[in-house]
Design a protein around this ligand. Structure first.
Ligand SMILES: [Zn+2]
Length: 188
C-alpha cells in the first residue's frame, strides 16, 4: 500500500500556482481529457467527451471502454479509468480531491483487480505512468484546453488531436476537420 499524504506534497511537487491557475474547471477538463486520450491509445471506441454538468457528473467520456476482457484489454481499461485521477494529481490537486472526482472510476476499476491479480497501488502506478508519458500529457493538455473552450468534443476530433500532439497529423488537417464538422453541424 502506497503512502499518500493529503497535502499534495508527495507527487513530484507540482506547483501550487499551477492548480490555482487551472481551477476546478481545469481539473474536470484534464480528468475527462485523460480518459479520452487513454481510450484512443488503447484502441477503445470513443464517442465523445464533455465537461457539461449532468446530474452528479461534472463531465463525461463515453465509449465502449473495451469489452470482452483479456489481460491486455483489462490493463488498458484500468489505466484508462484511473487516468483522470492521475491527471489531476499531475495537475497538483490534493490526493483526496483527485480521488473524490474519480469515485466511480475507482469502483469500476476495482472490479478488474481480481482478474488482473493486482492491487489499487499497481493500478495507480499504471495510470500515473500513462499520464507522465510526454506524448500522452501533451495530448491531454491540448484536449483539456479545447474542452474548456468548447465544452464538448466528438471522438473523431479527439483522435485527430492525439495524432496532432504526436506529430503524425498536421494542425492544418485538424482545422480542415473542424471546418468540415462545423459545416455538417457536428463538433459543437
Ligand atoms: Zn472519470
Amino acid at each position: 500500500m502506497k503512502k499518500k499524504t493529503s497535502k499534495g506534497g508527495r507527487r513530484r511537487a507540482p506547483s501550487r500556482t499551477r492548480i490555482k491557475r487551472i481551477g476546478w474547471r481545469g481539473l474536470v477538463a484534464h480528468h475527462e481529457s485523460a480518459h479520452a486520450v487513454a481510450n484512443c491509445r488503447f484502441g477503445f471506441d470513443l464517442y465523445g467527451v464533455s465537461v457539461v454538468q449532468h446530474e452528479d457528473a461534472l463531465g463525461a467520456t463515453s465509449g465502449s471502454g473495451g469489452l470482452g476482457y483479456d489481460l491486455e484489454t483489462a490493463k488498458g481499461r484500468v489505466t484508462s479509468l484511473l487516468a483522470g485521477y492521475a491527471a489531476n494529481l499531475r495537475n497538483g490537486a490534493a490526493e483526496p480531491r483527485a480521488r473524490a472526482g474519480a469515485q466511480e472510476d475507482f469502483e469500476a476499476a476495482e472490479e478488474l483487480y481480481g482478474f488482473l491479480q493486482i492491487d489499487e497501488a499497481q493500478a495507480i502506478d499504471w495510470a500515473e505512468a500513462f499520464v507522465e508519458e510526454p506524448k500522452n500529457w501533451r495530448a491531454i493538455e491540448e484536449i483539456a484546453e479545447q474542452l474548456l473552450a468548447r465544452k464538448r468534443l466528438d471522438g473523431e476530433e479527439v483522435e485527430i488531436m492525439v495524432e496532432v500532439a504526436d506529430g503524425v497529423t498536421s494542425s492544418e488537417d485538424l482545422e480542415r476537420y473542424r471546418l468540415m464538422a462545423a459545416h455538417v453541424g457536428r463538433g459543437e
